[in-house]
Design a protein around this ligand. Sequence first.
Ligand SMILES: *Cc1c(COP(=O)(O)O)cnc(C)c1O
Length: 235
Amino acid sequence: MEFFELCEKISKVYDVKQHLQEVLATLPQGVRLVAVSKFHPCEQILEAYACGQRIFGESHEQEIRQKHQQLPADIEWHFIGHLQTNKVKYIVPYISTIQSVDSLRLLREIDKQAARCGRCINVLLELHIAAEATKYGLTTDALHQLLDDGEWRQMEHVRICGLMMMASLTDDQEQIAREFQQAADLFDEVKARYFADDDTFCERSWGMSDDYPIALRHGSTMVRIGTTIFGPRVY
Ligand SMILES: *Cc1c(COP(=O)(O)O)cnc(C)c1O
């Protein structure tokens, strides 16, 4: 079966509105939802949009570019995937937030490209806390190094709004809880040390379809949920 045919079939049987509303009902006040729409067609995004959802997350440059062109202009796009520095210039003209900043080099490039188009981009620093070796992100040491270095203080076109992380892909709920708590503790430490007087540093982006109830118990202010809202992805 053709890819789009398959997508259409799935979107017809999957009730996006109902699932979105179920997720929203479980979120405490002040917690924002990033609806992760990667690999899902525009029709499904529009269903969520029709319910008032405005923040959508994507992780591939070409895919987000196409969707951004086709969908309403008031959507707040968040980039949540691994971002190569040579792709930054393509997303900076319209992206609201880049959640996956994991090096000074990338931060520098975002600042440079945002300056070129007269924008200021919200960014989150991505932590590597999970046990898996394959995940991107900054270790605790690398995070401190980046912030101690201080170059970011001179960047006028990025706004560091908080931290993002993914927990390990495991059934061990206690391990997941430990990892979220580790991220929450690190957030408090970083907040006190570098951003004590900066109210924009406030976001703790953790929690996905399978683990967001745990994330909410460990300080999450922003959950990134795909599968529960849109159904399984067809890769
Ligand atoms: C895909 C993705 C999500 C959403 O995952 P689901 O399990 O579908 O909710 C969240 N965060 C990141 C960084 C992702 O890449």
